[in-house]
Ligand binder design. Structure first.
Ligand code: UDP
Length: 480
């Protein structure tokens, strides 16, 4: 591995402490960041809880992670004590959105064990990389006089949109949820409705997060300079912050075994999945997934199933354990035409297969950038959080997506009821994605170019590689 071969000895005294939010979409990229740092010879402590550690550990035992200086540090998570169900240690285990506040509050109880752990560690901590949703980590950085860097899980485009919306008080000034607004201060016009942005519930908590974010020493982003150059420039100029793109971090992960077990068990035999793919033509299969938290309601599942079947294309459709599948797919999960994966799919490995010609995605940033790395054009179907912004990036800025046209948020743990997108509308988006016409070919070509650029950014000397060196050097300088 090129990166692992570049170990720099004087980094051994550096100890990075990584504190991800316990949600798959945050833990996975943070684990990749741990690996990237460890390849450079930096000591890494990755903070988590028993249930999450159990999900990650198989990757450690079987793959490249095992030989690296990364400690998986487990602190017990007092779920029951804060009104959460026993064992609810990950956002994807939350039974309802109403318990989100309890979950964030419970994370604060990790503060003291973390301080104790770091006090006893043989290598004093040098830098904290913390999820932006965990503002209490400020205390840890203060206690050890170390750098505190923020990881949002988003791209710079979305971070900049939120920054400007807040700065110009845009959301407060819009009365109706369905009114359209233009995000101010951007190099391109970005328009969406108020309700397509994260709601103002948990407002107080958001305020705390925002403040911790603004006072941090820098920001690391799972993206690369060439992808959103103008947005990075504007963000750096507007905030004066140190901003480092160090991704796509999923490319740190060249070991197939690890790709498969990133976080949770695959519900199907991945060998079976690849054997099925081998019988298909290049660019002929559509991969459909809505991430680790989003859930479509039963009528929407019917419409989607029907549209996929009616499209005439091969497809892999990933559904959650409890999702109500249309009867036909329940009875026949695998045919020559389709494969339904219930549970956790080896997404990065599937996307990188040449047979995959399109990706129907909820636009979670990890999925989106994994799709970009694989050079696959997308049908964008945002559900909640910053996903409507990611859709704008993919469709309007990068020109690699076809929007399915969702207007309202949907599917946050299956509780938010948006509109049902009808089969004809989905069918049309699939047709545009896959019909082989001029626009389809242009999108595919552009996606392939972005994939090449992503890989170059991560190679030795590429922009993300150099940025990670800058992060490490910045911490070294601060320390001395
Ligand atoms: N993922 C996966 N298999 C699945 C579902 C999700 O490997 O069946 C991974 C996916 O590759 C991505 C992450 O889980 O790395 C989901 O993060 P994303 O930001 O796309 O969405 P979220 O789950 O946070 O909504």
């Amino acid at each position: 591995h090129k990166q692992s071969a570049m170990k720099v000895p004087n980094y051994e005294d550096l100890h990075f402490v990584l504190v991800p939010l316990m949600a798959q979409g945050h833990m996975i990229p943070m684990l990749d960041i741990a690996r990237l740092l460890a390849f450079r010879g930096v000591t890494v402590s990755y903070i988590t809880t028993p249930l999450n550690a159990a999900r990650i550990r198989p990757s450690f035992d079987r793959t490249t992670l095992s030989g690296l200086p990364i400690s998986l540090v487990e602190f017990s998570f007092p779920s029951a004590g804060v009104g959460l169900p026993e064992g609810c240690e990950n956002v994807d285990e939350l039974p309802s959105r109403d318990l989100a506040r309890n979950f964030f509050d419970a994370t604060k109880l990790l503060l003291n064990p973390l301080i104790e752990y770091l006090r006893d560690h043989r290598t004093p901590p040098s830098c904290l990389i913390t999820d932006w949703t965990l503002p209490w980590t400020r205390e840890v950085a203060r206690a050890f006089h170390m750098r505190r860097l923020i990881f949002h899980g988003f791209n710079c485009f979305s971070i900049l949109c939120f920054y400007n919306l807040y700065k110009h008080n845009v959301l407060e000034s819009i009365a109706s949820e369905s009114d359209r607004l233009v995000v101010p201060g951007l190099p391109h016009k970005v328009e969406l409705t108020k309700e397509q942005l994260p709601s103002s519930t948990l407002k107080e908590l958001r305020e705390e997060m925002r403040e911790a974010d603004e006072t941090a020493d820098g920001v690391v982003i799972n993206s690369f300079e060439e992808l959103e150059f103008e947005y990075l420039k504007t963000y750096r100029e507007s905030t004066g912050k140190k901003v480092w793109t160090i991704g796509p971090v999923s490319l740190s992960n060249k070991d197939d075994g690890d790709k498969i077990e990133r976080g949770k068990k695959a519900s199907i035999d991945e060998k079976q999945c690849f054997e099925w793919l081998e019988t298909k033509e290049p660019n002929s299969v559509v991969y459909v997934s809505f991430g680790s938290i989003g859930r479509l309601r039963p009528p929407q599942m019917e419409e989607l199933g029907s549209a996929l079947e009616g499209s005439g294309h091969h497809f892999i459709w990933v559904v959650k354990a409890g999702d109500a599948l249309p009867k036909k797919f329940e009875e026949e999960p695998i045919t020559e035409r389709w494969m339904v994966i219930r549970g956790w799919a080896p997404q990065v490995a599937i996307l990188s297969r040449l047979e995959i010609g399109g990706f129907v995605t909820h636009c979670g940033w990890n999925s989106t950038i994994e799709g970009l790395c694989a050079g696959v054009p997308m049908v964008t179907w945002p559900l909640f959080a910053e996903q409507f912004l990611n859709e704008r990036l993919v469709v309007d800025v990068l020109h690699v997506g076809v929007s399915v046209g969702v207007q309202r948020p949907n599917g946050w743990l299956g509780e938010v009821e948006g509109e049902v997108v009808e089969r004809e509308v989905i069918g049309l988006a699939l047709k545009r994605l896959m019909d082989g016409g001029e626009k389809c070919r242009a999108r595919r070509e552009r996606a392939r170019e972005l994939g090449d650029m992503a890989r170059e950014a991560m190679e030795v000397g590429g922009s993300s590689y150099v940025n990670l060196t800058r992060v490490i050097e910045d911490v070294l300088k601060y320390k001395s």
